[in-house]
Design a protein around this ligand. Structure first.
Ligand SMILES: Nc1ncnc2c1ncn2[C@@H]1O[C@H](COP(=O)(O)OP(=O)(O)OP(=O)(O)O)[C@@H](O)[C@H]1O
Ligand SMILES: [Mg+2]
Length: 499
């Protein structure tokens, strides 16, 4: 039998208006990877924050290495060997990669008076070499993509000497290749007897990397199983109380001869967008596939006026469109749900209702009074449609679970009712049940005649939603597939076709 190193019993936690954890039991063995799954708002992150001393439990007991365990803060937990990679990136954009990794334990110059940047960068480089990551330690963190930032977080956590590593949705921002790298790192840690708690909404990963799986629902403990004795469908059933099928789309829903609403020709923007041309039709869901760094986000940012276009043309409904700022794009009927909700999508210090109507604020203004009732009604309607889990519409977004924050961003753009919607990783961090709801909403929008560009790193999502798939690699479009001929192998072949 493996040695148990951590156990929690009957943990209870309340926030104002929310009973987040209702008597949770959980235990962890040396060297195992233990999946923790459950719908958005089930209480996974809250439990992990209690384990790492960020939150105080209301009641219950924790044991670690055979002793009663009661951390007084994350620093103490870390010193005792329990570290966490958080769901939300929380590093400093204005510091370098190496500075972020070694914050609080900087390499000092011999005199002890000032920082030895060179030594610190070398330390970071050695760490990256060991982990097989290709990242420049002296780069400013803010210049990296979200996926790369996540890899830095992982490197940072691994650089500590840990007995327990908690990974709260580490792969939400990663694509297949990076996930493979992460899993290699995790297998090595497991050999060194590090125990890991692994939170993910990507159900396919559970069987690839975990030994056991614990399911939570609505703050309650549902059960624990050996991973090899349970199917994906059974896990989903435990999570959401019903079976959900994820079938790929068989054929395009776009009508023959549907009008071209957007035509992009020979677009060049920065290093990551090279000679990009494509068309989007009325009622079409156009999937953009590719690896991290393929230039998909950069392409839609240029299209949305968020980054400067160097050359190329954009036509909307057959007419040339000059888009220099996001405001121009919005005026042309384009909505953009960004991949990085924290940076561009949300004001987390504002309420659910304020965030929901943010993109449409002006339409609620009448003689300089805000039409509160109307605002509330619309926000209420979308919050219900998307099953946003919140005690009230006045709740600050910062207090919602990660997945529910993402739902608020989606609601914001759905309320805006744009003709062309760009969704960049729309279901990142969203549970399987809510995903189905969002897919349903997207299909409804397409049926109404809206056109959607969907960037997604999740292959099942691309194959399930798209009418047509465009594949990018290193800033160029390398392939285009009708959904009837698309499959994972063909997409991967285009995604790695360097030219
Ligand atoms: N600081 C807080 N203040 C108030 N409520 C909170 C706070 N933190 C979490 N909650 C609430 O506690 C519940 C559990 O949230 P938690 O973040 O643990 O969910 P989760 O399982 O991690 O979900 P997700 O998959 O979306 O990340 C939610 O209803 C959430 O809104
Ligand atoms: Mg969470």
């Amino acid at each position: 039998m493996s040695k148990q190193i951590l156990s929690v019993k009957q943990i209870d936690k309340r926030f104002k208006g929310v009973h987040a954890l209702k008597g949770i039991d959980f235990d962890l063995n040396e060297g195992e990877v233990h999946a923790l799954v459950g719908e958005n708002g089930a209480g996974k992150s809250t439990l992990m924050k209690i384990l790492t001393g960020i939150y105080e439990k209301d009641s219950g007991e924790m044991h670690y290495l055979g002793k009663l365990y009661h951390p007084h803060g994350p620093k103490q937990a870390l010193q005792m060997g329990i570290g966490i990679i958080h769901q939300e990136l929380n590093m400093m954009d204005h510091l370098t990669v190496a500075q972020n990794i070694f914050i609080g334990r900087e390499s000092m110059h011999k005199s002890g008076l000032f920082l030895d940047e060179k030594a610190q960068n070398q330390r970071a480089q050695a760490l990256f070499d060991r982990l097989n990551m290709n990242i420049d330690p002296s780069e400013l963190l803010g210049n990296l993509t979200v996926g790369m930032q996540q890899m830095v977080e992982i490197a940072k956590a691994v650089s500590h000497d840990l007995k327990v590593l908690i990974l709260d949705e580490p792969t939400a921002a990663l694509t297949n290749t990076e996930i493979d790298e992460l899993f290699t790192i995790m297998r090595n840690l497991s050999k060194q007897k590090v125990a890991m708690i692994y939170i993910s909404h990507r159900m396919d990963e559970i069987h690839r990397i975990t030994n056991r799986v614990t399911v939570m629902r609505d703050g309650e403990y549902i059960g624990t199983r050996d991973t090899d004795k349970v199917t994906k469908e059974e896990i989903i059933q435990m999570m959401v109380g019903r079976v959900i099928y994820e079938d790929p789309k068989q054929k395009s829903n776009v009508e023959d001869g549907a009008q071209v609403v957007l035509k992009v020709s020979n677009l060049h923007a920065g290093k990551m967008v090279k000679d990009v041309s494509f068309e989007l039709r009325r009622g079409e869901i156009l999937g953009f596939s590719g690896l991290i760094g393929a230039g998909r986000t950069e392409t839609v940012r240029a299209l949305f006026g968020a980054d400067k276009i160097e050359s190329g043309t954009i036509e909307i409904n057959g007419k040339p469109a000059l888009i220099k700022t996001p405001r121009d794009a919005v005026e042309h009927g384009i909505g953009y749900l960004s991949e990085d909700r924290k940076r561009y999508g949300l004001c987390t210090g504002l309420s659910v209702i304020d965030n929901s109507i943010m993109a449409t604020y002006e339409s609620y203004q009448k003689y300089s009074f805000m039409q509160q009732g109307k605002m509330r009604k619309v926000a209420q309607q979308f919050s219900e449609a998307m099953k946003i889990k919140t005690p009230s519409l006045e709740q600050l977004v910062v207090n919602l679970s990660g997945g529910n924050q993402q739902k608020v961003v989606i609601a914001k753009w759905l309320i805006k009712n744009s003709d062309i919607l760009i969704f960049d990783e729309p279901t990142r961090g969203i549970d399987v049940g809510a995903k189905s709801e969002i897919y349903h909403l997207m299909n409804e929008l397409a049926k109404e005649g809206k056109s959607i560009i969907m960037i997604s790193s999740e292959m099942p999502e691309v194959l399930r939603m798209s009418d047509r798939v465009i594949v990018m690699c290193e800033g160029r479009i390398t392939g285009e597939l009708d959904i009837s001929e698309a499959n994972q192998e063909k997409i991967m072949a285009f995604a790695t076709m360097n030219n």
